[in-house]
Write a protein that binds this ligand. Structure first.
Ligand code: EPZ
Length: 416
């Protein structure tokens, strides 16, 4: 079993280049099912979740080949409408194929994703709004079976600005007859990226960047070349690493505007940052505690909550962090306490006593972003930390140990 061995405390230096965004490319990969023309995607990150989605496309009959920095997809040979449990159970984002398959083939059979560590994560918003577009949805033997005589444009007020539901419905609306208006849509930058990708293929999507997205149905899409935005969550992780280790590092190739709320919060805490067009530089800073509430974009992203908990554990002063998006996203807390942090969870709020002097110990990953929090804490812990179950990390952080080694961290992958 592979583990990470990290020696601390360290200070970091140099530059780290951010990969393309996992949560932009996952729906974009699903959108490939919408067209029988060639789609060329640049710099797909080498991540477990991306590989899983590519395998799912192959299972549906999509042809795939590498061409330098590009991966070329041809869905003209699509020969199935069914996404089986074997793959869907390993990655919830597989549900993104539901909308594209249904709108292109008038039928789709996708395994229900099941729960995951951070919450029940239902898909009721996806399904109820597909029904409003004319889909007949049956839940049978763990599968969503969707059929239609042809999706119709509709007004879709979302009861919650769900990222996945907004993306699935946007893709379903591309070929729906007439106009679809998604209201109370999620506004994460990855959704803008999906809309821009679809428009680059000839879709007619407007209201990008707002919570009201309008899609005019079209009959076909053309081929396209596309490169997704930088991964703002990966970027936030490295910016916090620079601040936690009191270092000067430059985090490049992403749009800091996609992290405005996080960067503002860090500056409020005393962080010295240089914010450029496509980079953020950290400088040694004296930070104090914070009060943070996770919220849909443009609020504080839930995907940066665990990393912020690790930071707040070591800065001077107390912090309160409320997780308002997922019902069980504090599994990093008991692991961070093994390293010596002092915190107390009460329901969806976490009370953190800052100023902890962390000491290395064996810890265990529980989910993707919790794993990142453990890496950050290990960088500043006295002595050696062994992090187990690092397959969670490999889902969303490309070349993490290599990137941190280049920044001067004492980190290596070991087999035990
Ligand atoms: C996306 O998940 C991201 N995943 C998550 O990132 C991210 O944490 C989340 O958005 C919130 O920003 C991808 O983009 C692949 P939601 P998604 O639908 O689409 C409830 C990571 O670390 N809800 O906005 O599943 C749901 O239970 C991952 O990269 C319903 O009730 O998020 C949750 O409480 C983790 N019914 C809340 O909405 C629905 O039909 C947010 O879920 C859908 C969602």
């Amino acid at each position: 079993m592979q583990k990470l061995k990290i020696k601390g405390p360290v200070s970091l230096n140099g530059e780290v280049e951010i990969s393309r965004a996992k949560n932009a490319y996952l729906p974009i990969l699903a959108a490939i099912l919408l067209t029988d023309k060639k789609v060329r995607l640049k710099n797909l990150p080498n991540l477990r979740d991306i590989k899983t989605m590519i395998q799912l496309l192959k299972n549906l009959g999509v042809q795939i080949e590498e061409d330098g920095d590009y991966t070329v997809f041809d869905a003209s040979t699509l020969n199935s409408h069914e996404a089986t449990y074997e793959l869907v159970k390993t990655m919830r984002a597989s549900i993104f194929v539901l909308g594209p398959l249904l709108t292109r083939l008038n039928k789709a059979k996708v395994s229900l994703p099941g729960g995951c560590a951070i919450g029940t994560r239902p898909i009721d918003i996806h399904l109820s709004n597909l029904e409003k577009m004319g889909a007949k949805i049956d839940l049978r033997a763990g599968y969503v079976e969707a059929n239609t005589d042809g999706l119709q444009g509709a007004k879709l007020p979302l009861k919650f600005p769900s990222v996945g539901a907004t993306e699935n419905l946007m893709m379903a609306a591309v070929y729906a007859k007439g106009t679809t208006v998604i209201e109370n849509a999620a506004m994460e930058p990855e959704i803008d990226d999906l809309a821009n990708f679809l428009n680059s293929m000839g879709a007619k999507i407007s209201g990008i960047g707002t919570n009201k997205i309008t899609v005019e149905g079209v009959d076909e899409l053309c081929e396209t070349d596309y490169e997704a935005i930088g991964d703002r969550i990966e970027a936030a992780t490295y910016v916090i690493a620079g601040l936690m280790t009191n270092s000067e590092i430059k985090v490049t190739r992403f749009n800091p505007e996609h992290l405005e709320f996080v960067l503002d919060k860090l500056i409020d805490m005393g962080a010295k940052l240089e914010i450029g067009k496509d980079y953020v530089k950290t400088f040694p800073s004296k930070l104090k505690g914070a009060k943070i509430e996770t919220a849909p974009f443009p609020g504080f992203p839930t995907d940066v909550q665990a990393q912020m908990v690790a930071l707040c554990a070591v800065v001077e002063g107390n912090s309160i962090i409320a997780e308002n998006i997922f019902e069980n996203r504090f599994m990093h807390v008991p692991e961070l306490m093994r390293l010596g942090s002092k915190m107390d969870q009460q329901g969806s709020s976490l009370f953190i006593e800052g100023g902890a002097k962390l000491v290395g110990a064996p810890v265990m990953c529980t989910d993707l972003r919790a794993s990142a929090a453990l890496v950050l804490a290990a960088l500043v812990s006295e002595g050696e930390t062994i992090i187990d179950r690092i397959y969670h990390l490999e889902r969303g952080y490309e070349n993490l140990s290599l990137k941190f080694q280049k920044l001067g961290a004492k980190i290596e992958v070991i087999n035990e």
